[in-house]
Design a protein around this ligand. Sequence first.
Ligand code: TMP
Length: 212
Amino acid sequence: MSGFFITFEGPEGSGKTTQIPFLAEALRQAGYQVLTTREPGGTPIGDQIRSVLSDIKNTAMHPRTEILLFLASRAQLVSEVIRPHLESGGVVLCDRYADSTLAYQGYGHGMILDELQNLLLFATEGLTPDLTFLLDLDVEIGLQRRANGGDWNRLDAYELAFHRRVRAGYHQLVKKEPERWVVVDAAQSPRQIQAQLQAITFQRLQALEGIA
Ligand code: TMP
């Protein structure tokens, strides 16, 4: 099998980061070579970019600067980590990817989507996920979860309307490519969410291998 690339998207506090290690473990138990990573970050260079992006002191950051930093981190991650693992036949689970740029910078900040698509193509050399989960959640519940968890960053601090545009943007992206996306209700219990993630992932992998 050639590699399989799965990305996880969703508004703040939707639980992606909690779910990914459990799915990775289930896949490993089934014999897959699994790599988990996250954006922004996932490489030493990307992690340095992540700290600039999330620093609460960087209030002067222009949206264009923000985009280019996300894309710089992604270009490094794709070439250093994701592509080599896919080429060796493995499964990659990535916490956020290009759709986050479209949802946050495109729908959230109102940057032109076509321009972003061109920049994304440049940064990723056209690498798109085989499957994308949207862990969908009411934005107020998600932000509350983040604030309670003490994990609050510069991007979370944008106004509520921004986060609402992001969520609506995700719904638009799902409509444009329904075959790539699977929407999961992130208000369910963590156990229910995990069961759904595993069922769908195994189904897709088996279909790919011609078993199903
Ligand atoms: P997270 O790792 O907790 O999900 O936080 C990353 C933050 O960065 C989150 O607020 C979403 C945001 N983000 C963008 O705005 N654009 C992007 O391209 C990516 C990858 C993340």
